[in-house]
Write a protein of this length. Structure first.
Length: 190
């Protein structure tokens, strides 16, 4: 795969304050909702937001949509940054999560396989962030595209998502997807 810098301008809000949380998991939307503790029958259809400024906020419904063999989750509660959630959600499959709140300098990326975080960026300093062998070529290509490595949300995270899932999220791809919206219980903290 030849990498090119992706156009992520569609994510920029009115002042360029990128704020999003996306989860990609190789499972059906129904399986994802059930794994998150929700009830599929309580989810209702609705469109992808017309503008990133309209993305759901904390406590609002999350959106799920099938993208081939994967489910895309528009995650207002940043579940994709919660280690206990993503490791459990990834049991028996692959999960990739990316989130950013640029105005506060928060930039997260996770790759999980079968309940284990294989790579994490921007989270707990106690966890190693050594690049796994499977990402070395992709990271080298990203380094060539971005000689002064920017924040992940400005493009590199999307290239890693594409490398790990085969999906390059774009505004059109997500607007064309059939989204279902609903709530899931908040994870227990402790």
């Amino acid at each position: 795969m030849t990498m090119r810098p992706p156009d992520v301008s569609w994510l920029h809000g009115e002042y360029g304050e990128e704020c999003y949380s996306f989860i990609y998991i190789r499972a059906t939307p129904e399986q994802v909702v059930t794994r998150l503790g929700g009830r599929w029958e309580d989810f209702t259809p609705g469109p992808f937001p017309d503008d990133p400024d309209d993305f759901p906020h904390h406590g609002e419904p999350l959106g799920v949509a099938a993208l081939g063999d994967w489910t895309f989750v528009l995650d207002p509660d940043w579940l994709g940054t919660c280690e206990s959630v993503i490791t459990e959600l990834s049991r028996g499959t692959r999960l990739v999560s990316q989130a950013a709140l640029a105005i506060k300098g928060l930039d997260y990326f996770f790759w999980c396989e079968d309940g284990e975080i294989r790579y994490g960026w921007g989270y707990d300093e106690e966890h190693p962030t050594e690049t796994p062998d499977e990402l070395r070529d992709a990271m080298a290509a990203i380094d060539r595209l971005y000689p002064t490595f920017p924040e992940l949300y400005t493009g590199p995270a999307f290239l890693l998502v594409e490398h790990l899932t085969g999906i390059m999220p774009s505004e059109q791809l997500l607007k064309d997807a059939a989204f279902m919206w609903g709530v899931v219980p908040r994870p227990a903290t402790g």
